[in-house]
Write a protein that binds this ligand. Structure first.
Ligand SMILES: Nc1ncnc2c1ncn2[C@@H]1O[C@H](COP(=O)(O)OP(=O)(O)OP(=O)(O)O)[C@@H](O)[C@H]1O
Ligand SMILES: [Mg+2]
Length: 295
C-alpha cells in the first residue's frame, strides 16, 4: 500500500527524517511508534501530502490511485454544528460523489454516533469528538487511513471503542496506520509495527516477530524473604539475562528458550531453598521492546 524509500525532511537545519524507509502492506493495522518529537506526525503529513518532503520516494498502491483519510492529532470540529451536519459539510468539501445523506448515516453508524447524530458537537465528550473525527476521515471511503494518536486523550472505555472501530474499518478493507504512545493498544490491534528513532525506522516488521527478536521468552519470578545472597546468585546466572526490580521485588529472566531456562532456575531455587512466591513464563511486552529499541 505504501512504500517509502530514503525520505528526508528538515526544518531549517534541524533534520527530522534522515532517509526513512517504511513499508505498509495492504490490510495492515500498522503501529507507528517512536518517542515524542521523533517525526511520526511529520511522516504522516508527508504521506497525506499536507507538507512537502525534501527528498526520497513514496510509492502509493500498485499504480492504482489511493484514497487517503487522515485523522489529525487534534481534529478541528465546529461546535455549533451537529455531528450529522459536520459530516455532511466534510463530505461536501471533499466532493463526495454519491448520496451524501446515506453515506453520512452509514458513517455515523460505523463510528457509533447514530444516536447522537443530531446533537451539537460542542457538548460531545472527548471520545465522541474523536469518533466524529474518525468519521470525517472515512467519509470518502479511503483505502488508507492515517490516524495520529487516535486514543491518546481517551479513558480505557473510550480507547476500547476506538479500537473496535479500527478493527471494523480493517474488516471493511482499509489499511490503517496509527501513531500512538499507548503500546497496550498497539499490542491489541496491530499486526505490524515500525519503531522510529534518529529519523529512520530502527525496527519494522511483524509485531510477534519483533517481540520475539528483542524480548524472546521471559520468566517472571518473585521469592519470599529474599536474602542478599539469594539475590546475587540469581542475578549471576549465565544462561539468561537477569534483572531485578528493587521496588516490586520482581526478577525477570530473558532468554530464547523458556523451558530450558525454567528448568535450570528451578534447580537453583531448590538448591538454595528459596521460597518461590510466583513463577510465570511469558513473553516480553511491547513496552520492554520499545524501551530497548527507542529508549
Ligand atoms: N513546522 C515545524 N517547524 C519546525 N519544527 C517542526 C515543525 N513541525 C515539527 N517540527 C519538529 O520536528 C520534530 C518532529 O515533530 P513531529 O510532530 O513529527 O514528531 P512526533 O513524532 O509526531 O511527536 P509526538 O509524539 O510528540 O506527536 C519535532 O522536534 C518538532 O519540534
Ligand atoms: Mg505527533
Amino acid at each position: 500500500m505504501v512504500q517509502i524509500r530514503g525520505l528526508k525532511k528538515a526544518y531549517g537545519n534541524f533534520s527530522v527524517l534522515r532517509g526513512l524507509d517504511m513499508n505498509i502492506n495492504d490490510g495492515d493495522i500498522y503501529g507507528f511508534l517512536g518517542r515524542n518529537g521523533c517525526g511520526k506526525t511529520t511522516t504522516m503529513n508527508i504521506i497525506a501530502n499536507i507538507i512537502e518532503k525534501d527528498d526520497g520516494e513514496i510509492k502509493l498502491g500498485d499504480g492504482k490511485p489511493v484514497k487517503i483519510g487522515y485523522l489529525p492529532e487534534s481534529p478541528m470540529i465546529f461546535g455549533y454544528m451537529t455531528a450529522r451536519e459536520y459530516l455532511e459539510y466534510i463530505a461536501a468539501c471533499n466532493d463526495f460523489d454519491g448520496d451524501i445523506k446515506s453515506r453520512v448515516s452509514e458513517v455515523l453508524e460505523i463510528v457509533g454516533l447514530s444516536s447522537a447524530a443530531d446533537r451539537r458537537t460542542k457538548g460531545f465528550s472527548r471520545g465522541m469528538t474523536q469518533r466524529l473525527g474518525m468519521g470525517a476521515a472515512i467519509i470518502r471511503k479511503p483505502d488508507l487511513l492515517l490516524f495520529d494518536e487516535p486514543t491518546s486523550a481517551l479513558d480505557p472505555q473510550g480507547r476500547l471503542e476506538v479500537i473496535d472501530i479500527i478493527n471494523r474499518l480493517k474488516s471493511l478493507g482499509c489499511t490503517i496506520v496509527l501513531s500512538t504512545h499507548i503500546l497496550s493498544d498497539v499490542e491489541r490491534i496491530a499486526n505490524r509495527i515500525g519503531i522510529m528513532t534518529g529519523g529512520t525506522l530502527a525496527e519494522e516488521g511483524n509485531l510477534k516477530d519483533i517481540l520475539k527478536k528483542h524480548g524472546g521468552d521471559v520468566i517472571n519470578l518473585t521469592v519470599r524473604n529474599l536474602t542478599q545472597e539469594n539475590k546475587l546468585s540469581l542475578l549471576r546466572i549465565d544462561f539468561a539475562r537477569a534483572e531485578f526490580d528493587e521496588k516490586t521485588g520482581l526478577f525477570r529472566f530473558g532468554s530464547d528458550n523458556a523451558e530450558e531456562t525454567a528448568r535450570r532456575l528451578v534447580k537453583i531455587l531448590a538448591e538454595q531453598e528459596m521460597t518461590v512466591e510466583s513463577f510465570k513464563i511469558g513473553t516480553a511486552t511491547l513496552e520492554e521492546v520499545f524501551r530497548k529499541v527507542a529508549g
